[in-house]
Design a protein around this ligand. Structure first.
Ligand code: E4P
Length: 218
């Protein structure tokens, strides 16, 4: 499963990219607001930190023509930009036009398997079903991922399932068990994945015993 960082914080992205664990980055208007930086400038910087890896940048127009106009600007920022469009009729229309032209498209704000089916039919590179926001309203978000996996496998769609709105390590584990292609999570959640109390305890006891040997390596 590929790991994308769900953030516009370039320091965090740099730090994670150094681990070799990152396969891409996703942003949205709320994350751009949080970063407090110019949209195109920050997208350009992110694209340079993870060259060759998809970086999702969201258009904010809601009509087809407006989306295409903004997409034209955004996709020129770098070769690795994936234009993010909302799951609406106009968004799907823009998806079809942009992907037919060779541009990567991430269709976002997906909350049903039927919506995911439409995005695949529109040629989406990525579909972003939001699991956390589903859980927030008492619906098991992971059921949606399993349904989309079944549908995409039934028809051999190439669209990658990009599990979004990931809030904790359980989401990552469940997404991997279902066979999602990608998950995008805040850097803090990605860092949480490495933590285990028995790993920490094991390191502490090995270090204590090693100190008793009085040896050094090298
Ligand atoms: C990423 O593409 C989504 O915009 C993001 O994961 C949404 O996460 P949230 O529901 O925590 O805001």
């Amino acid at each position: 499963m590929k790991f994308f960082a769900d953030t516009a914080d370039t320091a965090d992205i740099r730090d994670l990219a150094d681990t070799g664990l990152l396969d891409g980055v996703t942003t949205n208007p709320s994350l751009i607001h949080k970063a407090g930086r110019d949209f195109l400038e920050v997208v350009k910087e992110i694209c340079g930190i993870v060259p060759g890896m998809p970086v999702s940048a969201e258009v904010v127009a809601l009509d087809f023509e407006g989306m295409m106009r903004e997409a034209e600007i955004v996709r020129k920022v770098a070769d690795n930009v994936a234009v993010k469009v909302p799951l609406t009729i106009d968004g799907l229309k823009a998806c079809k036009a942009l992907t037919s032209d060779g541009t990567m498209v991430n269709v976002t704000l997906c909350f049903s398997a039927n919506q995911a089916l439409l995005a695949a039919k529109a040629g989406a590179t990525f579909i972003s079903p939001f699991v956390g926001r589903h859980d927030d309203i008492g619906y098991p978000g992971m059921d949606l991922i399993a349904d989309i996996r079944t549908i995409y496998d039934n028809y051999a769609f190439d669209t990658e399932i990009l599990v979004a709105s990931v809030r904790n390590p359980i989401h990552v584990l469940e997404a991997a068990k279902i066979g999602a292609d990608v998950m995008t999570a805040p850097p803090a959640v990605i860092r949480q994945l490495v933590k285990h109390p028995l790993t920490d305890a094991g390191i502490a006891s090995f270090m204590a015993d090693w100190a008793k040997t009085g040896q050094k390596i090298g």
